[in-house]
Design a protein around this ligand. Structure first.
Ligand code: 5GP
Ligand code: ZN
Length: 114
């Protein structure tokens, strides 16, 4: 995906504040944080959104969520909690078409969403 921002971040072509990286997953701070803690966890593989997950991606998605949890704990969010969000397509508020899990924490977050 040549024109995908998150593929470029995963390839190191666009800089990011990385929190974690392995062969399959990257976590980095959101460029426009909406809370004191706001980072994104992405697969390096280009998957457009959660609607396009296949059965072959089950293990990868499990690892994404596990890493989101692990990093939230390491950033001090275990006691007060966090919000784990996956926006999908236009009505879901997705603006970058590469699957990502938002982790937001560090302040009480309102519900329902706007
Ligand atoms: P979405 O709206 O698709 O769920 O979330 C996309 C997120 O990516 C937004 O929170 C936005 O601030 C973040 N974002 C967009 N471009 C960049 C970038 O170049 N670097 C980083 N670190 N975050 C970005
Ligand atoms: Zn991509």
């Amino acid at each position: 995906m040549n024109d995908c921002i998150f593929c470029k971040i995963a390839a190191g072509e666009i800089p990011s504040k990385k929190i974690f990286e392995d062969d399959d997953i990257l976590a980095f701070h959101d460029i426009t944080p909406q809370s004191p803690v706001h980072f994104l966890v992405i697969p390096k593989k280009h998957i457009r959104n959660i609607m396009e997950l296949g059965e072959g991606d089950i293990l990868l998605v499990g690892r994404l969520l596990n890493k989101a949890q692990e990093l939230a704990v390491s950033l001090g969010c275990a006691e007060k909690g966090a919000r784990f969000v996956i926006n999908c397509k236009a009505d879901g508020g997705q603006t970058v078409d590469h699957l990502h899990v938002h982790v937001l924490a560090g302040r009480p977050l309102a519900w329902p969403p706007g």
